[in-house]
Design a protein around this ligand. Structure first.
Ligand code: F0G
Length: 459
């Protein structure tokens, strides 16, 4: 008999979680103004809101925490992290920040000015936020297949070279500070970018004299997909693949809360000393002195170890197979999800799931609320609420896809939990025709509204 697959770790510490009743959840979500961000964590049984900062650290990472050096300047933890970043990504310069958006804030303060254009593949919302906040424009050049939920394309995070070249041709070089390549591409469903595409984007960027910046939040998951799906990489280690990926980038912003497997942290990686000097000033102003940025010494130590563990094949195989396990269960129930299944999350097609709810009534949010009420599972809307309003016209931006994202924290839940999530969603699926009312916005913030929005049921 062939031995079944099992996790590449065992557990040494656990945290109790509690089931609740449907009646409790109905009341909690109503008091939370139908915004899942307002729920208290003990009102949630299985929390798939995000895979960001929610992972479980290893014994090696906890051991590294104890060796943290909290010196203001020149801490050994800073040098541990500096060495790890240089070894894994090849960047000789780096600046620690408290998380990914802080890295964006510091780097974009250095490079992005009013009226600039930043082309890329479905920029993450904080990335876009930091571009638009500076009155610049993010232009999405992702391939069209990314928006076709059933397209079997293996690298739906790829940049469309023709779209990119059109942008590069249409604007002067000085108004394009960099091209951003998000690996994996969160906003298009945790979909990877191929090595071939990275190589081609970099070659085009070089030709136009424009630098390339990687948004590296889930770089290791991207490398895993390259190993499995792209010709010529099957026999390469994840670390070898990562090394090659970063020969096609001049700089990076990183949210370490994902593939760094830490609960807080981020950094900027750079090749240019001149840029490092300029960015350092902003880092000192916004984050902290250059040898700690937004991080404590112990956290930098844990991250140095996390980057090493996070680029090991066995770890990534365990992680991504769990995401696939949930996705395949949903497929077996006939539930429409994005295919191929992404690296960090399963994305449910809410428009196909709830065809009776209009897009103006926030269909993916409606599905997220139904799943919470059904099973105490918290997912997140990746749809019209998140897409926000056009900064100029203030009209709702309606994205092509309305998705419910079920993001899976690293090393936290078992496949039994995945069974509960899938059964909960199946129960909602079975009564989908009875769900006919969505939600209206009663109040929203002028930017990044999804975090604080107040919703009410439509009449
Ligand atoms: N880039 C990508 C691709 C991300 O997914 C995120 C965060 C960030 C940048 C910003 O990093 O949160 O450390 O400031 N994504 C989280 C998520 C919040 O749930 O997908 P941060």
């Amino acid at each position: 008999m062939e031995l079944p697959f099992a996790e590449s770790y065992k557990m040494k510490m656990v945290e109790p979680i509690r089931r609740s009743t449907r009646m409790e959840r109905e009341q909690w979500i109503s008091s939370a103004n139908y915004n899942l961000f307002n729920l208290k964590s003990d009102q949630v049984f299985i929390d798939l809101l995000t895979d960001s900062g929610t992972g479980a650290m290893s014994d090696r990472q906890w051991a590294a925490m104890m060796l943290g050096d909290e010196s203001y300047a020149g801490a050994s933890s800073y040098y541990n992290l500096k060495n790890a970043i240089e070894k894994i990504f090849g960047f000789p310069y780096f600046l620690p920040t408290h998380q990914g958006r802080a890295a964006e804030n510091v780097l974009f303060s250095t490079l992005v000015k009013q009226s600039d254009i930043v082309p890329g593949n479905s920029h993450f919302d904080t990335t876009k936020g930091h571009i638009e906040f500076r009155k610049a424009t993010a232009v999405d050049c992702t391939i069209d297949e990314a928006f076709d939920i059933d397209s079997p394309h293996l690298f739906k995070g790829d940049i469309d070279l023709e779209k990119l070249e059109n942008v590069l041709r249409a604007h002067p070089r000085e108004s394009i500070p960099f091209i951003i390549v998000t690996v994996t591409c969160n906003s298009s469903g945790g979909q990877p970018v191929s090595m071939k595409n990275m190589r081609e984007v970099y070659a085009m960027a070089l030709q136009y004299g424009i630098p390339v910046c990687f948004d590296s939040a889930r770089f290791a998951e991207n490398a895993y997909f390259i190993k499995l799906r792209e010709e010529g990489y099957r026999d390469k280690s994840i670390k070898e693949i990562v090394s090659e990926m970063y020969t096609y980038a001049d700089m990076t912003t990183m949210s370490s809360k994902k593939d760094g497997i830490v609960n807080m942290g981020g950094f900027i990686g750079l090749r240019s000393e001149e840029l490092f000097r300029r960015a350092s000033t902003f880092n000192i102003m916004f984050e902290g002195y250059i040898t700690y940025g937004g991080m404590s010494g112990r956290d930098m130590n844990a991250l140095a170890t996390g980057l090493d563990e996070g680029t090991e094949f066995e770890y990534l195989e365990t992680r991504i197979r769990q995401v696939e396990y949930l996705g395949n269960l949903l497929i077996s129930y006939g539930i429409p999800i994005q295919k191929p299944i992404g690296g960090h999350a399963v994305f449910v097609d809410a428009k196909a799931f709830l065809p009776k709810i209009k897009q103006e009534e926030y269909v993916a949010q409606t599905l997220a609320i139904e799943l919470y009420k059904e099973a105490g599972v918290r997912g997140v809307e990746i749809g019209t609420l998140l897409a926000d309003r056009d900064p100029l016209t203030r009209e709702n931006r309606y994205p092509g896809l309305e998705l419910l994202r079920l993001a899976i924290p690293r090393r936290v839940y078992t496949n039994n939990h995945m069974d509960v999530v899938a059964a909960g969603l199946k129960n909602v699926w079975d009564r989908r025709n009875e769900i006919t009312r969505g939600y209206n916005i009663a109040w929203e913030a002028p930017i990044m509204r999804h975090f604080t929005v107040v919703l009410e049921k439509t009449k």
